[in-house]
Write a protein that binds this ligand. Structure first.
Ligand code: ZN
Ligand code: ZN
Length: 306
């Protein structure tokens, strides 16, 4: 068997200039239903014409990475698809993967995939600000990216691009009136005409070195809470796939002795769920302390304190 090269080919040091990034784009196109969308569009085009007269008509190309789309309309169609829910769903998965110590993966844990997703969405002009991020610490997916891109496995140039991109999102926020005193102070009057997402590689008139405003993640070991681990608000047994309303021989559900927040119908359900539950099971004292002393629990500076 032929062996693969140790490092995938790269033709530049920026985002989307190496095979790794393109691989992620292919993955996202597949997972987010963009390939299906493309297939449908091409089928519609083909059936709308007489067979045999299609020669010379290039097939439409859809991708989450706007420059890979065959034309503006294709990019617009992908954007619409993403805005209709596909982006939100994938962002949620990314954030959950990133913080889920039960499913370690080099790919997701180090944030590369999460960053490429965000960068692709920005090339299409999708807004990341409206998409909830890891809710305990990030208001939105863009702020999540702001927290993770620095330690991510990216070349310096790519990090610079990410910095700019996220920075532009903040400018757009200011232009839209979504601001904090910090932003107002730093960006007063600079947000004109820069709405929405922006193409990667956008050249800011401002020297980014002069505006080091995105707080850098010092450590991304953060505590997950119940919602992060997928516990809904339902009243039944929290055992996955169970949901019973009472213990097997009647009577009320048994509650977790440590956190007192999660209930089970049986010891079996509790045991089966422990792998998931242990991640977010903490005493009420710990929960209070965690909320009051974020910094201690998650050593991170965050640029958008409310
Ligand atoms: Zn159960
Ligand atoms: Zn518990």
């Amino acid at each position: 068997m032929a062996s693969l090269p140790e490092t995938p080919p790269a033709w530049g040091e920026g985002l989307f200039e190496n095979e790794n990034d393109l691989e992620v784009i292919r993955y996202l196109d597949r997972e987010m239903g963009v390939n299906d969308l493309e297939h449908k569009a091409n089928t519609a085009t083909a059936t709308g014409r007489e067979k045999g007269t299609n020669d010379g008509v290039a097939a439409l190309r859809y991708s989450v990475y706007a420059p890979s789309c065959s034309n503006k309309d294709a990019a617009e169609a992908v954007k619409k698809h993403l805005d209709a829910g596909a982006l939100k769903l994938m962002c949620t998965k990314m954030v959950a993967c990133y913080f889920n110590p039960l499913k370690p993966s080099d790919y997701t844990c180090h944030g590369h995939l999460a960053i490429i997703l965000g960068a692709c969405a920005m090339t299409l002009g999708c807004k990341l600000d409206g998409i909830p991020g890891y809710k305990m610490f990030f208001g939105s997916y863009s702020s999540f990216l702001g927290g993770i891109y620095e330690p991510a496995p990216l070349m310096d140039k790519a990090k610079g691009q990410m910095h700019k991109a996220l920075y532009e999102v903040m400018i757009a926020r200011v232009a839209a009136g979504i601001t904090t005193p910090l932003h107002k102070e730093k960006f007063a009057g600079n947000g004109q005409g820069m709405m929405g997402g922006l193409p990667i590689g956008y050249k800011s008139a401002r020297d980014s070195a002069k505006a080091p405003l995105v707080g850098m993640a010092m450590s991304m070991v953060g505590p997950c809470d119940k919602e992060d681990m997928g516990y809904g608000g339902h009243a039944g047994c929290a055992g996955q796939g169970c949901g019973r309303g009472q213990v097997v021989n009647g009577g009320g559900l048994l509650q977790c002795g440590k956190c007192g927040e999660v209930k089970y119908c049986s010891r079996e359900c509790q045991k089966k769920d422990w792998r998931r539950h242990k991640v977010c099971c903490r005493t009420p004292e710990d929960t209070t302390e965690m909320k009051e002393e974020r910094a201690k629990w998650m050593n991170m500076f965050y640029y958008d304190p409310k």
